[in-house]
Write a protein that binds this ligand. Sequence first.
Ligand code: FE
Length: 289
Amino acid sequence: MSHPQTLLAPAHSHRAPAGSEPPPGAAADWTVPQHWDELTDEDHWVWDTLFARQKTLLHGRAVKEFEEGLDLLSLSRSGIPDFDELNEKLAARTGWTVVAVPDLIPDEVFFHHLTERRLPVGDFIRSPKQLDYLGEPDVFHDVFGHVPLLAQPAVAEFMMELGQVGLKAIEGNAIDRVSRLYWYTIETGLALERDDVKIYGAGILSSFGETHYCLESARPRRLKFDLERVLRTAYRPDEYQQCYFVLDRFDDLASVIRGHDLTALIAQLDGSPDLDPASAGPDDEVRIP
Ligand code: FE
């Protein structure tokens, strides 16, 4: 058993070295068939167990839009969702679909899929012995964590726009900045709902331990969302976060990209030193009642 201080959050870095070739059996865009019929009873048991546990835990802890979107995952069969059936429901809401990919994929492939409203999803699930540990993003993280919010038009647009700025940033050698924005919103984002802090980041939503930690622990900083600060703050994908960024309202996510010339801001930040995730003035901190 891992000890709680270093239980790993999902690594969602979605990275294989730039320019790598897709593995055998994958298409040119790195997608692979899901082969739902080949999943085992154990695979489905892991999904059902994690699903039941997180759904209960997240009640009142996740933004209300997440709970509203969870009905998308009620399909005709229990266990890991069949992507064909899931995609029919998801596409009808926001035009998004999920596509299976093997393990990690290069940044340019990942961000290109986002521009086409396709969410790359790991084609495997963690083992029953590792319910709380995850090295790479698996189907539970990707589908349970991301899909309910992709049913929201505002998130659907934001993710597509992240794909577009991501591709531009790759050309400009600044993908780390966009990865930070992705990380501190889509993966580890928090937002105020009335006066309470709620979770909307998929990395947390799919993690039992980090759900408790991000809301209840005295260790991490919870900082008011500040775009420039986010772009200047490095992160560790393999442990619980030292800091989280909190939107005043979940709805504000929609204007994080749309309200700014992100490419210009990134160029302006070129050469500026990174900020320490653990240090911020008391005024930057969001108080948890
Ligand atoms: Fe993710």
